[in-house]
Design a protein around this ligand. Structure first.
Ligand SMILES: [Zn+2]
Length: 364
């Protein structure tokens, strides 16, 4: 493969209180905007943001997000955007509100602004949007063709959320480097456009993501539990949101996400956050690729220290039958599963064996 490609958001701004500047970032994108806002912030933040947008000369239509990034919800938001001929769509909230905003913007050809209110996934920076059924079952991914024009990250707002979200974001971000390495070794394509080889920039970002987590992750978790915004928390918010987002989109994902997706065939895992399941998936990936034992131990210790699951029992999966595990192995082997970018030969049995072994080695 001779073509390498890189993509990312046009601008990323992070700091305490930056949400008050929303008007300044939306105004250059056009005079009319559709704002899709998480219900949780509808009463507390909307008046202030309406004032900020109108103060910048932007006419804003606010839509209260229904809670699921489903086709019905996307259609409703798309109709609302068309009605006002919105030049931009602003998503404010968690990953699903932002995914709905990105797909809505794609449908109406508008620019995109994402304002994450938690740092639990890397979706705010990416050009991908996920569609779920109205009951929350994964349906498919939409490639929106462009990354957000602006990602606005208010760290003072994010640190108010339960620390579990920041920890889950670290689980998602911890997969970035390991999965980038799988893709480089197997010469797989990234998620930019129709797929390219990753650039030096993309790989360096994935490495910086890993180094930042190892350096500041534990300290950030302690601070975030107390609702305190320290330098470590700022670094981890950037690692979870920007470094992880650029890293996965520019290098690709592999077994940690593939095993995450496969484990969702087992109902008990539905009670856990994306990044929590990905954390366990990382340990399975390291066994599957037979990486050095020190690497497994460092990843497992990190996850334990910030409260992420490292065993099947931690995910509520005790007494798994051989039939359960066969279902997981089969789900992992589906041609659409992202696990196929690992640089080793795969079978359903090899995947099941890696899952059991990772859990046992991590202590359960
Ligand atoms: Zn992820």
């Amino acid at each position: 493969m001779t073509q390498r490609g890189y993509g990312g958001p046009l601008r990323y701004v992070q700091g305490p209180g930056v949400i008050a500047d929303l008007g300044r970032y939306v105004a250059p994108l056009g005079a009319r905007t559709l704002v899709i806002m998480d219900a949780f912030f509808w009463d507390s933040l909307r008046p202030e943001l309406e004032a900020a947008l109108s103060g910048a000369g932007v006419t804003a239509q606010f839509v209260r997000f229904g809670g699921e990034s489903s086709q019905v919800e996307i259609d409703r938001c798309t109709a609302a955007g068309r009605e006002i001929d919105a030049a931009s769509v602003v998503g404010i909230g968690g990953g699903k509100a932002l995914d709905t905003a990105k797909i809505t913007a794609f449908n109406i050809g508008a620019r995109i602004v994402t304002v994450p209110t938690i740092a639990s996934t890397d979706s705010p920076t990416s050009s991908l949007g996920v569609v779920y059924t109205p009951d929350g079952v994964y349906e498919h991914v939409v490639r929106c063709g462009r990354n957000p024009d602006v990602v606005l990250v208010d760290s003072a707002l994010i640190v108010q959320a339960p620390a579990r979200f920041l920890a889950a974001g670290m689980g998602d971000a911890l997969s970035t480097f390991y999965e980038a390495r799988s893709n480089i070794e197997s010469r797989s394509k990234n998620y930019i456009g129709d797929g390219y080889a990753c650039t030096l920039a993309g790989y360096q970002i994935a490495q910086a993501c890993h180094e930042t987590l190892m350096r500041d992750g534990r300290a950030a978790y302690v601070a975030a539990k107390g609702g305190r915004l320290t330098g470590a928390v700022e670094n981890i918010i950037e690692a979870n949101t920007l470094l992880s987002g650029l890293g996965f989109e520019n290098c690709g994902v592999s077994g940690a996400h593939g095993i995450h997706d496969a484990l969702t065939v087992l109902e008990p895992t539905h009670h856990f956050l994306h990044g929590e399941k990905v954390a366990f998936g990382i340990l399975c990936l390291l066994v599957l690729e037979n990486r050095p034992p020190e690497e497994f131990d460092a990843a497992a210790a990190f996850c334990r220290d910030i409260g992420l699951p490292t065993t099947l029992a931690d995910l509520g999966l005790t007494d798994l039958s051989a039939a359960d595990m066969a279902r997981v192995g089969q789900a992992a082997m589906l041609p659409t599963n992202v696990i196929h970018s690992v640089p080793v030969e795969l079978t359903a049995t090899a995947i099941a064996d890696a899952i059991f072994t990772a859990s046992a080695r991590a202590g359960g």
